[in-house]
Write a protein that binds this ligand. Structure first.
Ligand code: ZN
Length: 52
């Protein structure tokens, strides 16, 4: 994923609202899991219209 943060003038703006960030790394026990140990960030991707 590319950075969800853009810079306009002197402000760093998130492209999406962060809904939640996990407190502990991902663990599900699946042997083929590609995200073991990753922290999870949920973004509100429905917020597709921004005005700048
Ligand atoms: Zn997993």
């Amino acid at each position: 994923m590319t950075s969800p943060i853009i810079k306009i003038d002197d402000k760093h703006l998130p492209l999406y609202r962060v809904v939640w960030v996990s407190d502990v790394p991902h663990f599900c026990g699946e042997p083929d899991c590609m995200h073991e140990g990753d922290y999870e960030v949920r973004l509100d991707v429905d917020l597709s219209l921004i005005h700048i």
